[in-house]
Design a protein around this ligand. Sequence first.
Ligand SMILES: Cc1ncc(COP(=O)(O)O)c(C=O)c1O
Length: 362
Amino acid sequence: MIPVSKPIIPKNAERNLLECLKTGWVSSVGPFINLFEESFAKYLGISFAITSTSGTASLHLALAALNIGKGDEVIVPTFTMIAPVFAVLYVGAKPVLVDSDLDTWNMDTSLIEKKITKKTKAILVVHIYGHPADLKPILALAKKYGLFIIEDAAESLGSEYQGKKVGTFGDVACFSFYANKTITTGEGGMVVTNNKKLAKRLRLLKDMAHSPKKRFLHTEVAFTYRMTNMQAALGLAQMEIIDKIIEKKRSIAKFYHLRFSKLPSLTLPPEKAWAKNVYWMYGILVKDRDKIRSKLKKQGIDTRDFFIPMHQQVVLAKLNLIQNKHYPVADYLSKHGLYLPSGPNLIIEEQKKVCQALEEVI
Ligand SMILES: Cc1ncc(COP(=O)(O)O)c(C=O)c1O
């Protein structure tokens, strides 16, 4: 089976991991944590990068550090993987859903303002499938209403908005290092910010909030969201090849584009003039998605459905959190979208096989 994604594990990862094992620095203290955080911050061009256990934990930390909680509302796209919505629920706040834009598959910025109320504290922007959201109008709204911007860049490490990397626009941004992400640490995440005070608070909360005056004295509820030195060792080795990984992802997308632009019934993934898409996953929209997926599977090609939007989620209905069901663009994306094998380890013969199979099936 040609998998949807398989990571590249560089040689230096082995060397780094062996060093952890030999030195005994296997837990969350050790030299690779700082090195990985520094390398990540430098890559993004941001002041502070703080490792964590996952993308979801990073989002939870970010919301908690901004003191968002009960009685607050956070605006999120309905078309997303559920982690950002779960994070909003973890802190006791209410997710307020916004439909998508068919042009970018991201949150439709023209629909945000009418969702803002006195209770709104933040806009949680999810950069979906490697393509940035249109940040300019979102930043303008945040300024007008005094809202925080939290970027969920889990799927978009390396993507750019108007020539600048996503994750550097908001008050805080979160990344995931699950195995299918741009870089991986097995499991893991990162929170980044340019705000020194916020960075300090993120560090405090991720490690039990020991009182700075006395260890083991705690004045608030906090978490153990510490990445291990071993994960950071893998992350650091991946940072050394991140440009190569992104180049490969973009060349995979280019190859698919060239082959599929001859198939008018397919909608190909967007790349707006103001964006650099890292094509986290190469998503397409097709008419008979389920039929196409099962035919590809029979030919040994793995694919995935697009996300099920939040307004269709049973868990949110149970919590009485679905304001209405009219999110037509998200419904459309969810019904017609699938993504093809897109991992950086995909070889050209595999990609040709995927193209030929899809052309035949279509
Ligand atoms: C948009 C988005 N946010 C957050 C996450 C959560 O990341 P993790 O699986 O590391 O918790 C994911 C994971 O795929 C994601 O796609």
